[in-house]
Design a protein around this ligand. Structure first.
Ligand code: HEC
Ligand code: HEC
Length: 100
């Protein structure tokens, strides 16, 4: 969680935050015990899979800040994810039970 906050604040320095269209949403991820890191309990359908885009198309995720704070650097997350693709996901969401 500490590392995530670090990454987010670094990304936040790169630009300002805004987002328009709604995408996928499962509520405020920071409400769950592990934050944005996935656990088997909260991710039963996707657990152990590395083909994230199959269920979460890239242009439908990270569209809305559901923390209620407006501090998420969504534009920077989107750009980072576009550049790094599936390799980026574990940085913020953990390994999702995938054994390399
Ligand atoms: C087979 C479909 C499927 C795959 C593949 C999948 N997911 Fe999911 N994911 C879901 C579903 C369905 C939900 C909604 C929560 C639930 O009921 O499991 C979800 C929810 C999430 C959430 C929100 C979790 C929360 O706390 O509510 C995140 C983040 C996420 N997925 C990331 C990923 C990442 C990263 C990968 C790849 C490593 C991935 N998913 C692969 C189906 C999938
Ligand atoms: C730099 C950190 C970061 C990276 C990298 C990242 N995410 Fe996320 N992701 C987040 C944050 C933060 C949220 C919570 C958004 C919210 O609650 O408003 C989120 C939310 C999600 C959600 C829930 C739906 C939504 O849009 O809020 C899904 C699904 C998801 N991410 C999938 C992925 C997948 C798949 C990848 C890799 C391709 C990925 N994420 C890479 C930080 C990241």
């Amino acid at each position: 969680m500490k590392r995530l906050i670090l990454i987010l604040s670094l990304l936040g320095l790169l630009g300002c935050v805004s987002s328009d269209d709604e995408g996928q949403g499962f509520g405020n991820l920071f409400d769950s015990p592990e934050g944005t890191v996935l656990t088997e309990e909260e991710h039963p359908d996707g657990w152990g899979r590395s083909d994230c885009f199959f269920c979460h198309p890239i242009y439908e995720i990270h569209r809305v800040d559901r923390t209620g704070t407006g501090v998420l650097p969504l534009k920077e997350i989107q750009k980072f994810v576009e550049e790094e693709g599936l390799d980026s996901c574990p940085l913020c969401h953990g390994d999702n039970g995938v054994i390399e």
